[in-house]
Design a protein around this ligand. Structure first.
Ligand code: HEM
Length: 414
């Protein structure tokens, strides 16, 4: 049994981002913040209150996505995006993906993701790729899965990744650049839907388009591309950001790495604990507008209020997660974390993200158990976007453990 594997998340350099909002004085029972669009928002931070707000059927995302609406982004986004739809439009669009993105649905990707990961590790160990676990192993994992699930060509990756990276990084002053990138992504996906580009017959796009004539009230092209945009953007960089920070955290805390090297069966628990504490970027959920009063533990939020349900802080609520800042690989949660959101807009990709991260950690543990960070963590280059935030490099070395049991390394870090 390993001991001393409980590391404080604040000790992982640069992992937490500075808040992307300003607390403001408010004459209300609940705290308020100013978000980047200039709006004041009710700031919910307790686990139960975040659930109440995100789970309220009368809370709107559509009302936020209008010119001058409350947002963390420089402008509005495609109105057909799942994240911008309220029910019943949301339920109709969301129903299209439930099967492919279920735990069973994403299992079809296991083989291709595993092969991509193992090839990257093998090439890195043999010196054919740089000893940089981000560039040589992680960078292509999520985009490979997205290409397979959608049925779009792998060779298009450099093209769509450059757009999705601009969108995810969201430089606050480059509104025009983001608009160009969103339009490019949108047109690219639309061309598969309309048949101007050829999508693979067994991929999600072709299967939906081919079956549409048999469906009751199928999505039109624009609605369907709204769903696809979420997959292309969320499926690639969101999961990559969290996956990279999971590996980074384990490299910064060798006792945690040793824990899973010595106990690979504990990898799923470790993943859940890391996901609880690691957000994608500087924000963890998008703002909402209350279309009726919402009763929370900190007061009744009036109709019409902008609400920011802070998932990041809810996951650190001491009433739900004792010693919330401790990365405890043996933590037994009585309640699930909210890192994938809650309510109708809860993430559609948890099964895929968990599959990918689990394949990566299992392969690294099996093939590169002696892996160590080969740089001062503070010296690493980071991508510091709004939606996306992660190290952009993870230099590693493999030799220092030769002859040592993984249990003996850094077992005292806590
Ligand atoms: C560890 C990785 C991921 C995390 C932590 C994450 C987190 C989240 C969160 C918190 C939301 C809700 C936002 C809100 O309510 O304002 C969300 C929604 C969403 N995510 Fe993810 N996500 C991840 C991976 C993915 C993947 C792999 C995909 C796609 C394959 C994806 C696609 C989406 C989409 C389309 C939505 C909007 C869903 C809707 O409105 O119905 N995400 N995600």
């Amino acid at each position: 049994m390993l001991t001393s594997t409980r590391v404080c998340v604040l000790d992982i350099p640069n992992l937490d981002a500075a808040p992307y909002y300003m607390p403001i004085e408010a004459d209300t029972p609940f705290p308020q913040i100013r978000i980047p669009s200039g709006h004041a928002a009710v700031h919910l931070t307790r686990y139960e209150d975040v659930k109440i707000a995100l789970g309220d059927p009368a809370i709107s995302r559509t009302l936020c996505n209008v010119e001058g609406g409350p947002t963390f982004l420089p402008g509005t986004t495609q109105k057909e995006l799942l994240l911008n739809l309220d029910d019943p439009a949301h339920a109709r669009s969301r129903a299209t993906i439930s099967k492919d993105f279920s735990p069973r649905g994403v299992e079809t990707l296991r083989e291709v993701v595993d092969a991509t990961v193992r090839r990257g590790i093998a090439d890195m160990l043999e010196g054919k790729r740089a000893p940089n676990v981000f560039a040589s192993v992680l960078e292509d994992v999520t985009s490979t899965a997205v290409c397979h699930i959608l049925g779009i060509p792998l060779q298009d990756r450099p093209m769509f990744q450059q757009w999705s990276r601009i969108i995810q990084v969201v430089p606050p002053d480059d509104v025009a650049g983001i608009e160009v990138a969103v339009k490019a992504c949108y047109s690219y996906l639309m061309e598969f839907v309309t048949g101007q580009r050829a999508a693979a017959p067994d991929g999600f796009i072709r299967r939906y388009v081919d079956n549409r004539r048999n469906m009751h009230e199928p999505l039109d092209d624009a609605e369907f591309v709204g769903v696809l945009l979420g997959i292309l953007l969320g499926g690639d960089h969101n999961a990559l950001s969290v996956m990279t920070k999971c590996v980074y955290t384990l490299l910064c805390a060798p006792s945690l790495w040793a824990h899973i090297v010595g106990n690979p069966t504990r990898i799923p628990t470790m993943i859940e604990e890391l996901i609880r504490l690691i957000p994608i970027g500087k924000l963890s959920a998008f703002p909402r507008i209350a279309t009726r009063e919402i009763v929370t533990s900190v007061g009744t939020i009036p109709e019409g209020s902008v609400v920011y349900a802070n998932v990041f802080l809810a996951n650190r609520d001491p009433e739900v997660f004792p010693e919330p800042l401790t990365i405890d690989p043996e933590r037994i949660n009585t309640k699930p974390h909210l890192q994938f959101g809650y309510g109708i807009h809860s993430c559609m990709g948890p099964a895929l993200a968990r599959l990918e991260i689990s394949i990566v950690l299992n392969a690294l543990v099996a093939m590169a158990p002696s892996m160590q960070l080969d740089a001062d963590p503070d010296s690493l280059r980071w991508i510091n976007g709004t939606v996306l935030r992660r190290p952009d490099e993870l230099p590693v070395r493999f030799d220092a453990l030769a002859g040592k049991s993984p249990h003996s390394i850094h077992a005292s870090q806590s």
